[in-house]
Design a protein around this ligand. Structure first.
Ligand code: F6P
Length: 360
């Protein structure tokens, strides 16, 4: 095995708190092991031209552990692999150019930090011979093969704090407050923040809902004197027989943008209960700001494990959390799938045992 002397690192897809913590861990642990790190800007675009990259030293990553966002920039525009791009050497097929620049820059490995979309692209480059280690990232926690992704806990902590704040105003005005959270086609953020925030109803994509069931439950609370309530709705939740709410259809390499279900649920619950209702969309606030301590630790462990895999030449793998260990899983086994909330999830059953309705 030829020891790797230089690795590239990039961040792709939507940002998540903890990306900088991974970058820091990779740069520090790689440098300490005698491997030079090159930061690639704006996901795989950083490999379209060497001018879109820079060497990262421990000095460059000092102080970024607690910062949200990513110092490398990111890109969330679907799969660009087959498109033609203009480069300093003329027009090129995107994926060919990435492979060409990777070799021209003398890189021996690539650490790709991203969600399912980015890891799927990474897997394709892996089959074209680029030695890749993936690091799973998403606030949605929907990546198969890892119990947790960094960013998820930070998003849940933010949403829980928001629900706490909404509780006091809901109670003061005896209103129904509907909170729309992110998560794409998985209900993890809604389930965790709903339980942590003491919600009365939680609507998730895994369980199509019937709002008359939700209204019955909220009116029952009124009868026992709790004349306010909180309903948490995942952006991908939808009514039985209905469809997800979209802000934008998929187009030209962009995936569809979910959103708007909170307002619909709010309007319908007002009609069904006769109560005053209000809705709030937490949106990108869930992705911004500092990672929690748990996410900083997970991101740091992921970054160090990724460098360990580079050092031992274990490529085509994704680092993953299998408590209490950080392990390696083949990218081929995890990409292109979505980890949704199983119906026998302990937390789901606990929520039901508490009397939280899922609109079933
Ligand atoms: O995957 C993370 C996520 O924040 C989803 O929860 C959300 O649906 C999507 O990204 C939003 O993407 P964008 O930043 O492109 O609006």
């Amino acid at each position: 095995m030829i020891p790797i002397k230089r690795l590239g690192i990039l961040t792709g897809g939507g940002d998540a708190p903890g990306l900088n913590a991974v970058i820091r861990a990779v740069v520090k642990s790689a440098t300490n092991a005698g491997i030079e790190c090159v930061g690639l800007e704006d996901s795989f675009d950083g490999l379209l031209d060497p001018s879109r990259s820079r060497v990262l030293t421990p000095r460059d990553v000092t102080g970024i552990l607690r910062l949200g966002g990513t110092i490398l920039g990111t890109r969330n525009t679907g799969n660009p692999l087959d498109g033609i791009v203009s480069t300093s050497d003329g027009p090129r097929v995107y994926s060919d150019r990435v492979v060409e620049t990777f070799h021209a820059m003398g890189l021996g490995a690539l650490v790709v930090i991203g969600g399912d979309g980015t890891l799927t692209i990474a897997h394709r480059f892996s089959s074209r011979g680029i030695p890749i280690v993936g690091v799973p990232k998403t606030i949605d926690n929907d990546i198969v093969g890892t119990t947790d992704c960094f960013g998820f806990e930070s998003a849940v902590a933010f949403a829980t704090d928001a629900i706490d704040r909404l509780h006091t105003t809901a109670e003061a005005h005896k209103r129904i407050l509907v909170v729309e959270v992110m998560g794409r086609y998985a209900g993890w953020i809604a389930l965790h923040s709903g339980v942590a925030g003491g919600a009365d109803a939680i609507l998730i994509p895994e369980i199509p809902f019937d709002l008359s069931r939700v209204a019955d439950r909220l009116l029952e609370r009124d009868r026992w004197g709790a004349r306010f309530s909180i309903t948490v709705v995942a952006e991908g939740a939808f009514p039985t027989g209905g469809k997800v709410a979209l802000l934008e259809e998929a187009h030209g390499g962009h995936v569809e943008r979910l959103g708007g279900i909170g307002a619909r649920v709010c309007e319908e619950l007002a009609r069904l209960t006769g109560k005053e209702t209000r809705s709030v969309v937490l949106g990108h606030l869930q992705r911004g700001g500092s990672p929690t301590s748990i996410d900083r630790v997970l991101a740091t462990r992921f970054g160090c494990k990724a460098v360990e895999l580079v050092r031992v030449g274990q490529f085509g793998m994704m680092v993953a959390f299998a408590p209490p260990d950080i392990v390696a899983r083949p990218l081929a086994d995890v990409v292109g799938r979505t980890k949704t909330v199983p119906m026998d999830s302990d937390l789901l059953l606990a929520a039901k045992a508490l009397g939280i309705t899922f609109g079933e």
